[in-house]
Design a protein around this ligand. Structure first.
Ligand code: F6R
Length: 245
């Protein structure tokens, strides 16, 4: 695992954006896995700035997002598709037909999950997967206890995850009860992983990810098995790792 310690959120955004931009410049046909949530927002802003200033092109990249709520259409402001359009895709030159999401509005969700796996494979797998991390070690919507061999699947969201995500909705009752997510095995198959973490609320999670037992009870611990993971984190998120080194 490579650790890049940054001094603040601003630096995290620049460093993470640079990694993505370099990847796209090196391979203009790269397949990138995107995450939503608060952590990568600034990274996406930096990518937009760079696209405007330096004309880095995303025309031929393919995107696969980690997850999507069940029942929310792309027009719903709380859907992850909407988030990606608003915060990145509508500001860069990615082609609409190259954008992929698990579609949580499909009647046959099981089939949708299988189709999502198939399309990731069809494009040769994910070259670079961007991840955030939940305080309980979740990656994507893979909550503690998710089997390490899981593929894209339907999850019932835990009360704590629904509570954490309620800040984006009018009320907790509006937060969907289910989501579709890439599985742990799907994420692990990515050729390279870029995990971003910021602030003291992630300190414990980063410590367990890097030094804890590899255990399904803490999904992100599986990343210890991946050959190419880069963690970009600030000193607060890394404080326990540094203290125990
Ligand atoms: C987002 C996702 C989640 C988040 C995680 C951290 O697509 O799959 O696993 O990465 O919940 O969220 P933030 O960045 O808001 O702390």
């Amino acid at each position: 695992m490579d650790i890049i310690k940054v001094k603040d959120h601003e630096e995290l955004n620049s460093v993470a954006a640079k990694i993505v931009i370099e990847k796209v410049k090196k391979n203009p046909n790269a397949t990138i896995g995107f995450a939503t949530g608060g952590t990568p927002l600034g990274t996406y802003k930096k990518m937009i700035e760079d696209h405007r200033q330096n004309k880095t092109s995303y025309r031929n990249i393919r995107s696969f997002n980690l997850d999507e709520y069940v029942g929310l259409t792309p027009e719903n402001p709380n859907s992850y598709r909407f988030y990606m359009e608003k915060n990145l895709f509508s500001h860069i030159d990615i082609q609409k037909s190259n954008i992929h999401f698990p579609d949580g509005t499909k009647i046959d969700l099981e089939r949708e999950c299988t189709n999502y796996e198939t399309s990731i494979k069809r494009f040769g797998g994910i070259d670079l997967q961007i991840l955030g991390i939940g305080r309980n070690g979740h990656i994507g919507f893979n909550e503690p206890g998710t089997p390490f061999d899981s593929q894209t699947h339907i999850v019932e969201l835990t009360p704590s995850t629904r509570q954490a995500n309620a800040r984006y909705f009018m009320s907790i009752n509006d937060v969907p009860t289910h989501a579709l997510t890439m599985g742990i095995a799907t994420i692990l198959k990515s050729k390279e992983i870029l995990l971003l973490a910021f602030g003291e609320e992630k300190t414990e999670a980063i410590h367990r990810l890097m030094t804890g037992d590899i255990d399904e009870k803490f999904p992100a611990s599986v990343l210890q098995k991946h050959p190419k993971v880069t963690i970009v984190a600030d000193s607060k998120a890394l404080s326990e790792v540094i203290a125990s080194a």
